[in-house]
Design a protein around this ligand. Structure first.
Ligand SMILES: [Zn+2]
Length: 488
């Protein structure tokens, strides 16, 4: 049987390898030997080992990087890129319901593969998919799991649950016309369900699909701790420990969320999570913008992995996360593109560039600036930590899985070749990816995704989204009324 990634692959004479290994080495004119999907040697490969290669890839015109980890995305939103501009966080979340609620299995699959297509073509090989946007059952989980198995990518399906209302996005009483207020509550797409029911559903999904060390993980993922009871949060932590999963969530994305937590608990959301035993190294949390400065060292102490989402954070006017400060405090930080309507796209190069420069105007001391190595570290080792796969992915080093992206030097972004790390973050666009491997299996050849029928996905996506929007016309109308009420 032709096992994916089986055999011995020699990537020979790469112009540069940005290894992201412990020493942060960038190698020139170097080889990589991959045996049965695992990297065996990097740098100089002994001649007798090289002679055993069943395939040799000439990489003299390639820069090699570890496949990136997009540590926070929402696959159901892949259809909704470019759908709006002047919309704040509250109105956007209602719009997302119109873009994603009542999706069929075919629509879930098409959106997930479309998201994967964008990531693979731009050098990202692993993703945490905070899925979906609203209530779900096992049919939805099975549909997205099947899509990831088909995709060739490594993925964590982080199942989004909540057992309390979205108090941060329902308008405060009297803020909007009574009719709009009533219609929002009646739409009931964000209906909380009992904690016990949600935990049973997630546990069953974990049993069906979770492989802690492999290509597909499943995890409990509170939508946001402020939309959950302590019982649900503690239940997620216990489930994660039972089945060796991560816990993923949104955290302190908006100022109002931080205020609600202080009002409700008499302490910060982070301190509250710690008090109930939910602040651990299993937790990866998207955004983390409105964190109290005093709480940052606690994240480092507990091993929590914040996931930076710079573009969606500023697009919706939510804020800028104190990432430079977190890095200086020893916090491991990952990075994500977020859903495409708010993050723009899934090309992580754009996200890394913004992560590097976004905080600089706030601090004139260059010693405090986020560097290109910091940003790429978030997209590799940081993302690996978020998925609890630090022993398998995130670096080009012996013993690591061969999750690799090869970029073509014969492209304007790499010409002439200067500092590969700076050039990757500041100049490359995702447009020069030629070959991508996941666990040694080639999933992109000559810039084209070969793991699945990408042409068919591109062809069917428009029709699928049109059908979904027709089905959700009432929700779209509601979100537009809310967006215009919010503008006032
Ligand atoms: Zn998100």
């Amino acid at each position: 049987m032709d096992m994916p990634g089986a055999g011995t692959l020699l990537i020979r004479g790469a112009a540069a390898i940005v290894t992201m290994d412990e020493a942060g080495r960038v190698l020139r004119d170097a080889d990589i030997l991959v045996r049965d999907g695992v990297i065996e040697a990097v740098g100089e490969v002994p001649a007798e080992a090289a002679a055993q290669a069943t395939r040799v890839l000439d990489a003299r015109r390639r820069v090699v990087l570890p496949g990136m980890v997009n540590a926070h995305s929402h696959s159901p939103l892949a259809f909704a890129k470019g759908c709006y501009d002047l919309v704040n966080h509250r109105a956007a979340l209602w719009m997302f319901q119109a873009f994603t609620a009542n999706a069929t299995a075919d629509e879930i699959r098409c959106a997930a593969l479309l998201n994967c297509l964008e990531m693979l073509r731009t050098g990202t090989t692993a993703v945490i998919d905070h899925f979906p946007e609203q209530g779900f059952g096992m049919a939805e989980v099975d549909a997205v799991a099947a899509a990831y198995r088909e995709s060739g990518m490594r993925a964590n399906i982080a199942l989004r649950i909540f057992d309390e209302p979205y108090t941060d996005i329902y308008p405060p009483a009297g803020a909007f016309p009574a009719e709009l207020d009533a219609d929002l509550r009646e739409a009931a797409v964000l209906q909380p369900r009992p904690a016990g029911e949600l935990l049973a559903l997630v546990e069953e999904a974990v049993r069906r699909h979770h492989d802690p060390d492999g290509m597909l993980q499943v995890s409990p993922a509170p939508s946001n701790p402020m939309r959950c009871t302590d019982a649900l949060l503690a239940g997620c932590q216990a489930l994660a420990e039972r089945h060796d999963t991560i816990v993923h969530c949104h955290l302190l994305e908006t100022k109002v969320q931080a205020e609600i937590a202080h009002r409700r608990f008499g302490r910060s959301q982070v301190r509250h999570l710690d008090a109930i035993g939910a602040l651990t190294d299993r937790l990866s949390a998207a955004h983390v913008i409105w964190i109290d400065a005093d709480d940052i060292p606690l994240l480092a102490e507990r091993g929590v992995v914040p996931v930076h989402n710079p573009e969606s954070n500023v697009r919706g006017g939510s804020g800028i996360a104190p990432v430079a400060r977190m890095l200086r405090a020893g916090v491991r930080v990952a990075i994500g593109a977020d859903g495409s309507p708010s993050g723009g796209n899934q090309a992580m190069q754009h996200t890394l560039r913004l992560a590097t420069i976004i905080g600089r105007p706030q601090d004139p001391d260059v010693r405090n600036w986020v560097t290109t190595a910091d940003a790429l570290g978030m997209a590799t080792r940081g993302g690996a930590a978020a998925m609890r796969l630090g022993h398998r992915i995130g670096a080009v080093a012996p013993g690591m899985a061969a999750d690799l992206a090869l970029y073509d030097l014969g492209s304007p972004w790499w010409t002439p070749l200067n500092d590969p790390m700076h050039q990757f973050v500041y100049s490359e666009t995702g447009g020069s990816v030629r070959e991508v491997f996941v666990g040694g299996r080639q999933v992109v050849e000559d810039g084209r995704v070969t793991a699945f029928d990408a042409e068919a996905v591109l062809e069917e996506a428009q029709g699928r989204f049109d059908a979904l929007l027709r089905r959700n016309a009432h929700l779209l109308d509601l979100s537009r009324r809310l967006a215009s009420a919010t503008l006032r």
